[in-house]
Design a protein. Sequence first.
Length: 198
Amino acid sequence: MKIIIVGASGTMGKHLIHAFENEHEVVKVGSKSGDIQADITSIESIERMYKQVGSFDALVCTAGPTYVGPWKKMTDTEFRKGIEGKLMGQINLVLIGQHAINPKGSFTLISGALTQEPQLNFANASAANGAVDAFVRAAAIELEHGVRINAVSPTVIEDSPQYFPFFPGDIPVSMKHLEYGFRKSVFGSGTGQVITVR
């Protein structure tokens, strides 16, 4: 399979590259590094990425910038960081990518536990995550040619200890457990699913 991993330089992206690249052709996409550089907040950048990649079998997105900070300091500009990044960035990967993906291919987006379990300073991410989950369910009934779409929804992950203080009492998800969530989406048969990884 030819698998695009968007967010290749991040913690999740690096792990998935290592997990998949021995058996599949992996195209690494990052904002500043990788085989291809792309900014998912830019439609033109996404279009250039797909032209460079050509046809593909699966796209995995682990990227999704959001605003992290206290509610009382939230502004329209800051809130739009998550809307333009984690939400519209991922939506546009699908809207544009549906015209290049091979039949029976798949899209896997990233959301998160903050949808159901909000934490202080993460209102922007909670809203974006919830919208991503809803988009996945809606897109699944309209994508053609057997193309599937799912979201992986983890809580805080073990290789990102800088976020542990924001998630008191949550048991961090192991990278292997997280990998299995992505494997279920990419190599399984389900669609329109939010795959929770806790």
